[in-house]
Design a protein around this ligand. Structure first.
Ligand code: F6R
Length: 611
């Protein structure tokens, strides 16, 4: 949420910043802006997309070897030119970009106003730029000291990069709660909210830790704590290639990411399912396994799609490992005074590893003595660094704002965990253990097959693209898939959609059904199959339009449904990994046909770093 990028070195900064902003645009697209330091600081900012900024800057002076850039997801103040970042302090000494929220900005603003400061924008960031400047001028201190002192007065979250007109040889960066990565080049440094704008220049990076401040000259980096202790930077090598963050010939990132799923699932279990398929090995859980397998209760926390993956995890862990599981929205968990026992294990699920509510819920669980594990996709992000253990999903960068391959990778990890724990707890027999592993290994090929039917999904999308409402129904393992299908449709096509357990339909939603209502029913072969068939009949009796996801060769539902989308047979515990694919494609095609911006749906952003 909000992307920040910066450069200091010997190359012209502008092209690096503008390309970096395009890479980061998925984090927010309400406005974009840059500031370049040449003889003076030039700041350009525009409401809308990075392309709007680019057009605006076309005939302007873009000289300078130092610069900062920002793409915004609005929190404080409307998305307009004035509220766009960078923010310049009142007397022009500082210009800053910020990702996060300054919670006590109201109080700070009042104090600055009492001292003569006037504000142009409604943002919390401008308050910070003026606070730094006030301390700098009043205390007659260096930019570094002014930044440090200002940050000790701030409550909230920030990833910041700051330029000072009077100290034109440096950038100052700081982190608390919002991510910042520094790329190390040859006599140059790159900074960004994540590694995507950096990877084409260098693979050596430093992830700033909480409360770190970096003072960066083109040939020198010094890292300090907020209390001014000198720190030793830890240099990591990025495991990321530029082509992973390109569209690779697809029209949209979302489509690319849907089609990548056979590979991303394979990458997620590769090396973890041992070659003769007789065992599962999850290195990140080795140390915690004794406590995990004795857990009295597992609480899974997450938001949005990750929460849906958590619901699939509940079915998996209770069914295969017989451990009681509760699944909580991270935002609810943290505010409702939850009962957390020392022998509970918390599993936090997050693609970005930066979701503010999930991070806060983890803190709460840790304070209560619970062991916390993470299932995350972004290596080096905050959640994996905060947890006691966990498993990376290896889905590769997910750029489309609507999550697709991250969901199936999360479910793959949860499946491996459930099979492993089931075996460790002697719930699953040797035979079933091997059978489940073999089924898991066959999933990528089965998804390949589903993807070859994409033209069929496209035709159905064309028929229902103008519907005002959709209902998604599923039972058991397929209930969370119904929720996920509905979320995908509403977030990218803006059609109202609800997911329900199929049997709940008759307790209310059935009143909505008429001849205009498409109802997507996940009716693959599992133990509730017959019951779902009855639910389909109930829908048809009310003239609803049934689009059914069925197991290949199903003839019963074919007779009743208006459309059937086939998926190959698999063990019901693995069904969500297959059943979600047609739903992702259906949403994608409907959104494209409605002219929606699928990769950057309105009002949304990836990586929700505000609470
Ligand atoms: C939906 C979607 C969001 C995220 C949610 C959590 O397609 O992408 O609902 O799943 O914001 O994000 P992470 O997984 O990064 O914690």
């Amino acid at each position: 949420m909000c992307g920040i990028v910066a450069y200091i070195g010997s190359k012209p900064a502008y092209p690096i910043l503008i390309n970096g902003l395009k890479r980061l645009e998925y984090r927010g697209y309400d406005s974009a802006g840059i500031a370049l330091l040449d003889k003076n600081i030039s700041t350009y900012k525009r409401k809308g997309k990075v392309s709007d900024l680019e057009a605006f800057v076309e005939d302007k002076n873009t000289n300078g070897f130092i610069g900062i850039g920002h793409t915004r997801w609005a929190t404080h103040g409307a998305p307009n030119d004035v509220n766009a970042h960078p923010h310049v302090s009142q007397h022009g000494h500082f210009v800053i970009i910020h990702n996060g929220i300054i919670e006590n900005y109201g109080r700070l603003k009042k104090r600055l106003e009492d001292r003569g400061y006037k504000f142009q924008s409604e943002t919390d960031t401008e308050v910070l730029s003026n606070l730094i400047e006030y301390i700098y001028l009043k205390g007659n201190v260096s930019a570094e000291i002014a930044v440090r002192l200002a940050l000790t007065k701030v409550i909230g979250a920030y990833g910041l990069v700051i330029m000072c007109k009077d100290e034109p040889d440096k950038l100052i960066a700081a982190r608390k709660g919002s991510p910042l990565v520094i790329g190390i080049g040859k006599e140059e440094y790159y900074l960004a909210s994540d590694a995507t704008p950096i990877v084409e220049y260098t693979k050596s990076v430093i992830y700033l830790n909480e409360n770190d401040i970096a003072i960066i000259k083109k040939d020198e980096l010094s890292l300090k704590s907020l209390t001014n202790e000198k720190l030793t930077p830890e240099i990591h090598t990025l495991d990321l290639d530029v082509d992973e963050i390109e569209k690779g010939g697809y029209e949209h990132y979302m489509l690319k990411e849907i089609f990548e799923q056979p590979r991303s699932i394979l990458d997620t279990f590769r090396g973890r399912v041992v070659p003769d398929m007789s065992a599962i090995h999850l290195g990140g859980l080795l140390e915690v396994l004794p406590r995990l397998k004795e857990a009295k209760r597992i609480i899974i926390i997450g938001c949005g799609t990750s929460w849906h993956a958590g619901l699939v995890g509940e079915y998996l862990l209770e069914d295969l490992a017989r451990i009681p599981v509760e699944v909580e929205y991270a935002s609810e968990f943290r505010y409702r005074n939850p009962i957390i026992n020392k022998d509970d294990v918390i599993i936090a699920i997050s693609q970005s590893g930066e979701t503010a509510d999930t991070l806060a819920a983890i803190q709460l669980a840790k304070e209560n003595g619970a062991m916390v594990l993470g299932i995350c996709n972004v290596v080096g992000s905050s959640i994996p660094r905060l947890t006691d253990g966990g498993v990376y999903t290896h889905a590769g960068p997910e750029i489309g704002v609507a999550s697709t391959k991250a969901f199936t990778a999360q479910v793959t990890v949860l499946t491996m965990m459930a099979i492993l724990l089931g075996r460790e707890r002697n719930i699953i027999s040797d035979e079933n253990y091997k059978k489940l592993i073999l089924e898991l290994v066959s999933i990528p090929e089965k998804i390949e097959k589903i993807l070859t039917y994409s033209a069929v999904f496209e035709k159905i999308a064309a028929l229902y693209k103008n519907a005002n409402n959709f209902l998604y129904l599923g039972r058991g393992y397929f209930f969370p898939v119904a929720l996920e299908g509905a979320l995908k449709l509403k977030e990218i096509s803006y059609i109202h959609a609800e997911g329900y357990p199929a049997a709940e339909m008759k307790h209310g939603p059935i009143a909505l059904i008429d001849e205009k209502m498409p109802i997507v029913v996940i009716a693959a072969k599992d133990k509730s199959y017959e019951k779902v068939v009855s639910n389909i009949q109930e829908v048809k009796a009310r003239k609803g339009i049934v689009i059914a996801i069925v197991t290949e060769g199903d003839t019963i539902i074919k007779e009743m449904a208006d459309h059937v989308l086939e998926i190959p047979y698999t063990h019901e515990a693995l069904g969500p990994l297959l059943a979600v694919i047609p739903l992702q494609l259906l949403s994608y095609y409907i959104a494209v046909m409605r002219g929606c911006n699928v990769d950057q749906p309105r009002n949304l952003a990836k990586s929700v770093t505000v609470e």
